[in-house]
Design a protein around this ligand. Structure first.
Ligand code: HDE
Length: 712
C-alpha cells in the first residue's frame, strides 16, 4: 500500500483532536478540474498564449493573465528560512496528564486535569544546516511542542540536550554566526567541524558542558522518536495558593534513547539525507505512534540559592539526586501532516507563549528568547502569523490588535480600543482566568553583569563526562578529534585542547594524540576532576524496561532458493512486534523459494529492493534465512557480503539460519564469532550480536534476533 493510501486509512482510525478538527476548515476540497487563483476554470495550463502561424512558435503574449499568474505565484513561493533550526519535520498528536501530581506546583489545567486531551504539534529540527541539509549530521536537535490548550497556546521550545552553549541571550548571534557556514565561502553545511565554531568555543568556555553533550552520541540520534526532550530554560509554575516554583521540563521517549555510530550517521547523510523525516512518517503511518513521558523538576522559590550552581544558568543541569523528576503525563504523535509548508514551515513557536499557571524566571537566556521568537516570526511570516491555521489557538481570540499585512479575521462593530462604552472585550481578572504575572520582588543596580555562580563552567562538563559509559566516552573523544581535525588553524585546535584540560586530563591527552597540538603537552589537568557522576546523564539509563522492536527496520536478505515458510514466520513475528520487515533480493520483484524454478507461478516473496537499491545503514537488524541456493547466490555477491560486514561494524543484530549461517561463516567471515553450523541443531548461539541456529523453530530465532535488535 502506498504511504498516502495507508495514511488515509490511518487517519480515519485515529480520534481527531480539537486542533485537527479546526484545521479541516482550511483543507481544500479536491475537485477534478483546474481553476485560476480566483476560481475561473482554466482550459490550458501547458502552453503560453502565442502568436503563431501554426508551424513555428511565435512571440509569447504578456496579455496571458493565466500564464502570468502561474509564474508570479511561483516566483514568490519561498519565504526566509529559519535563521537557525531551518531543517525540520513535524507531526500532530496529543498530550494527557496521568494524575494531579503537578497540582502542588500549578493551577494550569493542561498540567493537572487528567480528563483533558490537549492537542499538540511538534517540530523536530537540526540547528546548523539550511532547509535542504541532511538529517543525520552531528548537531543539537530542536524539540518544539505547541500545546493548543483551552486557555490559549503554550509552547515549550526545547532541544534534545538539557543545556545550552551560552548563558546570556546577547551572545546568541555570535554563537550562531560562529557555527553556521563561514562567511567567505559558505562552508561547511550541517557541520560544526570548522575553525570558526571551535575558535568561538575555545574562547567562550561556558560552552564546555554543552560541547560535551553534542560531541557525545546525543549529537547523532537514531531517530527523533528516540531522543529525550528538554525545555532547557528555567520556567516557573504557580499553584492555587500563589506559591511559585522554579521548574525544568523533560520529555522521555518510550522507546529509549538510541544513537547512530558516527560512521553510520556520516554515510546516511549521503545515502538518505531525509532519513529522520521519513522515519517519523513511517512510524506514524505504520501505527507505531511515537510516545514520550512528560516530567517536571521543581524547586520551591525559597530554595533558589541552595545549590552550588545557579538554577537560572542554562549551561547547568539540575542533577536528579538533588531535584527529582516527577512524571506527570505523556504525549503521543499519531498523525502526519497533510502538507509540509503550511504546517511544518509555517508553524511559529515562541517561548513567550504561556498560559495562566505557567511563567518565566530571570534566566537571562530565556528573557532574551522571549523577545527573539516573536520578532523572527514577523520576519518569516508577517505580523499576522498567529492567524495562520497551524498557529491559531483552539479557543476564542478577542482583542483590539488590528490590521497589518495579510489580516484574515473580520471584526464586526465600531469599536477597536479599550476602554469603550460597550465594554466589549473586557480584561479578565486573574480569579476568572486572566493571566497575571507573579509579583516578584526585584532590587539591584542596573548593570551589564552575570551572577557570581555563572562564572564556574566546568563542574557540570566533568559531571557529564564522568557519567558516561566507557564506550560513550570513547565516542566523545573520537567526535571531538574528528571535529578538531577539520580545523586547520593550529591556534584553534591548540586552544580547544587547553579547554579540555579543565574537563579531564585523559580526554585532553587522547584528543591531542589524535589531532596534534604543540604547546599543550601539559602533564597536569588545569583543574582536578571532581570524580562525581550521576546515572541519568548517560543515555543507557533510558533503555526501555521491556525490550521492544517497535518501529525497527529489519532486512531479510534472500535470493532464489530461500526457505519460504521460514521467511513468512519471521515476517509475522516482526509484524507482531510492530516493526517492519524489508526483503532485499537480487532484483526488485518476486524471489522464489527452494526447489522452484525462477519465473514459476509458485508463490515467493516480493523483494522491496535489490542489493544495490539500499544500504545496510538504513536498517536496524538483518536476517539471512535458510536455503542452499539462496546462500550461494548471496556469497557470490560482493555487496551482500559488504552489507553484513558493515552492519556488524555498526554493532547491529545479525541473525542466520541453516545455510544462511554458512554464508556468514564462509563468505562474510566476521572476526572472532562463534556460529551454530550444525544444520540439524536447534541450539541458538549468540556471539557479539550475531545469532545463529541450524534448524529453527522459527519463533525461537525470531524472538532471539529481535531482542538483540533492540540492543539487549
Ligand atoms: Fe532558539 N531560536 N534561540 N533556542 N530555537 C529559534 O526562532 C533564540 C535556544 C529552538 O521548530 C528562532 O522560529 C535565541 C535554546 C528551537 O520552529 C530564533 C536564543 C533552545 C527552535 C531563535 C535561542 C532553542 C529555535 C529561529 C538564545 C533550546 C526551532 C526560527 C537566547 C531550549 C523552533 C524561530 C521551530 C528557533 C532564537 C536559544 C530551541 C531566531 C535568541 C536555549 C527548537 O527566534
Amino acid at each position: 500500500m502506498s504511504l498516502t493510501a495507508a495514511l488515509k486509512e490511518k487517519v480515519t482510525a485515529v480520534a481527531e483532536t480539537k486542533k485537527i478538527a479546526d484545521l479541516q476548515r482550511d483543507i481544500i476540497k479536491q475537485e477534478n478540474y483546474l481553476t485560476s487563483d480566483l476560481g475561473v476554470k482554466v482550459s490550458d495550463t501547458d502552453n503560453w498564449l502565442k502568436v503563431s502561424d501554426g508551424k513555428t512558435s511565435g512571440p509569447s503574449l504578456l496579455e496571458d493573465h493565466i500564464a502570468r499568474e502561474k509564474i508570479h505565484r511561483f516566483d514568490h513561493e519561498r519565504i526566509p528560512e529559519r535563521v537557525v533550526h531551518a531543517r525540520g519535520a513535524g507531526a500532530h498528536g496529543y498530550f494527557k496528564v496521568h494524575n494531579d501530581v503537578a497540582k502542588k506546583y500549578t493551577f494550569a489545567p493542561v498540567l493537572t486535569d487528567p480528563s483533558r486531551t490537549t492537542p499538540t504539534f511538534v517540530r523536530f529540527s537540526t540547528v546548523q544546516g539550511s532547509r535542504g541539509s541532511a538529517d543525520t549530521v552531528r548537531d543539537v536537535r530542536g524539540f518544539a511542542v505547541k500545546f493548543y490548550t483551552e486557555e490559549g497556546n503554550w509552547d515549550i521550545v526545547g532541544n534534545d540536550i538539557p543545556v545550552f552553549f551560552i548563558q546570556d541571550a546577547m551572545k546568541f548571534p555570535d554563537i550562531v554566526h560562529a557555527v553556521k557556514p563561514e562567511p567567505h565561502n559558505e562552508v561547511p553545511t550541517g557541520q560544526s567541524a570548522h575553525n570558526n565554531f571551535w575558535d568561538f568555543a575555545g574562547l567562550q568556555p561556558e560552552s564546555a558542558h554543552m560541547i560535551m553533550w553534542v560531541m557525545s552520541d546525543r549529537g547523532i540520534p537514531r531517530s527523533y522518536r528516540m531522543m529525550q526532550g528538554f525545555g532547557v530554560n528555567t520556567y516557573t509554575l504557580i499553584n492555587e495558593k500563589g506559591e511559585r516554583f522554579f521548574v525544568k521540563f523533560h520529555w522521555l521517549p518510550e522507546l529509549g534513547v538510541h544513537s547512530f555510530v558516527w560512521d553510520e550517521a556520516l554515510k546516511i547523510c549521503g545515502q538518505d539525507p531525509d532519513f529522520h523525516r521519513k522515519d517519523l512518517e513511517e512510524a506514524i503511518t505504520n501505527g507505531a505512534f511515537p510516545k514520550w513521558h512528560f516530567g517536571i523538576q521543581a524547586i520551591p522559590e525559597a530554595r533558589e540559592h541552595d545549590f552550588d550552581f545557579d538554577i537560572l544558568d542554562a549551561t547547568k543541569v539540575w542533577p536528579e539526586e538533588l531535584v527529582p523528576l516527577e512524571i506527570v503525563g505523556e504525549m503521543v504523535l499519531n498523525r502526519t501532516v497533510d502538507e509540509y509548508f503550511p504546517e511544518v514551515e509555517q508553524v511559529a513557536f515562541c517561548t513567550s507563549h504561556v498560559v495562566p499557571g505557567i511563567g518565566f524566571s530571570d534566566d537571562p537566556l530565556l528573557q532574551g528568547r522571549n523577545f527573539s521568537y516573536f520578532d523572527t516570526q514577523v520576519s518569516r511570516l508577517g505580523i499576522n502569523w498567529q492567524e495562520l491555521p497551524i498557529n491559531r489557538p483552539v479557543c476564542p481570540v478577542m482583542n483590539y490588535q488590528r490590521d497589518g499585512k495579510m489580516r484574515h479575521k473580520i471584526h464586526q462593530g465600531t469599536i477597536n480600543y479599550w476602554p469603550n462604552r460597550a465594554e466589549q472585550f473586557r480584561p479578565v481578572s486573574p480569579k476568572d482566568g486572566g493571566y497575571a504575572e507573579y509579583p516578584e520582588g526585584v532590587a539591584g543596580m542596573k548593570a551589564r553583569m552575570r551572577g557570581e555562580k555563572f562564572k564556574e563552567h566546568f563542574n557540570h562538563a566533568q559531571l557529564f563526562y564522568n557519567s558516561l559509559a566507557e564506550y560513550e566516552r570513547q565516542h566523545l573523544i573520537n567526535a571531538i578529534s574528528f571535529e578538531l581535525s577539520h580545523c586547520d588553524d593550529p591556534v584553534v585546535y591548540e586552544s580547544y585542547i587547553k579547554v579540555l584540560h579543565n574537563v579531564d586530563l585523559n580526554l585532553a591527552k587522547q584528543v591531542k594524540i589524535n589531532v596534534g597540538g604543540s604547546d599543550v603537552d601539559s602533564k597536569e589537568p588545569a583543574r582536578d576532576n571532581h570524580g562525581k557522576s550521576t546515572p541519568t546523564l548517560s543515555q543507557l539509563y533510558y533503555a526501555p524496561k521491556e525490550p521492544t522492536i517497535k518501529s525497527r527496520r529489519i532486512a531479510i536478505l534472500v535470493a532464489d532458493g530461500f526457505d519460504l515458510a521460514q521467511v513468512e514466520g519471521l515476517r509475522a513475528a516482526i509484524k507482531a512486534g510492530m516493526a517492519t520487515s524489508w526483503i532485499i533480493g537480487p532484483r526488485r520483484g518476486w524471489i522464489y523459494p527452494e526447489d522452484v524454478d525462477v519465473g514459476s507461478k509458485m508463490r515467493g516473496v516480493w523483494a522491496d529492493h535489490h542489493f544495490e537499491g539500499q544500504r545496510s545503514t538504513l536498517f536496524d537488524a538483518f536476517i539471512v534465512p535458510d536455503g542452499r541456493k539462496s546462500a550461494e547466490t548471496l556469497a557470490e555477491n560482493g555487496r551482500t557480503i559488504h552489507w553484513i560486514r558493515e552492519a556488524f561494524g555498526h554493532c547491529k543484530a545479525i541473525g542466520a539460519i541453516g545455510e544462511g549461517v554458512s554464508f556468514l561463516r564462509e563468505a562474510v567471515m566476521l572476526p572472532g564469532i562463534e556460529y551454530n553450523t550444525k544444520l540439524d541443531s536447534d541450539e541458538v548461539v549468540t556471539s557479539f550480536g550475531v545469532v545463529t541456529v541450524g534448524k529453527v523453530s522459527t519463533s525461537t530465532l525470531a524472538a532471539d534476533t529481535l531482542k538483540i535488535a533492540e540492543g539487549e
